[in-house]
Design a protein around this ligand. Structure first.
Ligand code: PAJ
Length: 285
């Protein structure tokens, strides 16, 4: 069966109803397009979890700050369509801005996850997560999936979506997928395309620094604040402009206490024109 593409909500609802009529479960993978192997891994996971796979490509203006890259964000719809078809998606939703925000992005009802939306990424991108949770809530209502798949690369986003779904009693199961990396460790990202050859050669240092943070925290002999400071210094010395390196609890991104065993180190840093984020899981024995 070929993959269908729809651009309007009415058409989407009709196609989803047709999939439902055939029985089985629907999995949903929301994206902003310019798909790479990380996105396609989410689609593969969706295939395993359900009978029908719906993917959306929508560059969501509401989650970009005024100085951010909304205007430059890469659009590659034809290539994306081929890749999705090949990976086994059944339906592609490719709406325009007016379809998702009929009154414009500034006049839409918003969905806000308080607290979590203001820390870490939210401190540096104060309007970002309200844009994410709002668009994902709208997409969930349009697609009405049984399960939706998100990447651990954007760990804070994954946690916010889980919180939104729990708080609003949304009948969808959220599944996380491990970060896909290039051979040198760099997390795959649509924004890696902004890097010059020299910056691209430097970029894997972000994950290398996180890997060292993990080793030192797991050795459990040092003050975490010292480890974080060293990591920030190392990134700055290498040519990054780091926003944060922070060790948190996996469950709620709160600072770790003495008994916490499931931790995560998260980092964000600008490198030339790109802002990169990454994370690594830490487990205390
Ligand atoms: P986008 O950046 O296109 O990412 C879409 C999905 O792919 C997200 O769940 C993200 O975590 C996942 N992803 C990105 N890079 C990955 C990698 N290297 N390995 C595994 N998964 C990866 O995230 C968004 O779009 C938007 O915020 C969205 C949720 C679509 C709302 O607009």
């Amino acid at each position: 069966m070929g993959m269908e593409t729809v651009t309007d909500s009415r058409g989407l609802r009709q196609r989803v109803a047709a999939l439902r009529a055939r029985g089985g479960r629907i999995a949903f993978v929301p994206t902003m397009g310019n798909l790479h192997a990380g996105h396609l891994e989410l689609v593969r996971q969706a295939r395993r979890l359900a009978d029908h796979v719906v993917v959306s490509i929508f560059v969501n203006p509401a989650q970009f700050g005024p100085q951010e890259d909304y205007g430059n964000y890469p659009h590659t719809p034809e290539r994306d369509r081929d890749a999705l078809q090949e990976t086994g998606a059944d339906l592609l939703f490719l709406p325009g801005v007016a379809e998702i925000y009929p009154q414009g992005p500034d006049l839409t009802t918003i969905v806000e996850v308080p607290g979590l939306n203001r820390i870490l990424e939210g401190e540096h991108r104060p309007t970002h997560f309200n844009g994410v949770t709002t668009v994902v809530a709208k997409l969930f209502n349009l697609v009405q999936p049984d399960v939706a798949v998100f990447g651990e690369k954007d760990y804070q986003q994954l946690l916010l979506i889980r919180r939104m779904v729990a708080d609003l009693c949304m009948p969808v199961v959220i599944t996380g997928v491990a970060t896909m990396r290039e051979a040198d460790g760099l997390a795959m990202s649509s924004r890696n395309g902004y890097l010059s050859a020299a910056e691209r050669a430097l970029a894997p240092r972000l994950y290398a620094v996180l890997a060292r943070v993990k080793t030192r925290v797991e050795a459990d002999g040092e003050d975490v604040a010292v480890i974080e400071q060293d990591a920030l210094r190392e990134l700055a010395a290498a040519g990054f402009q780091p926003d944060y390196v922070s060790v948190r609890r996996q469950s709620d991104l709160a600072p770790p206490g003495p008994g916490d065993t499931a931790l995560i180190a998260l980092a964000a840093a600008r490198l030339g024109p790109a802002r990169l984020i990454d994370n690594i899981f830490i487990s205390m024995a």
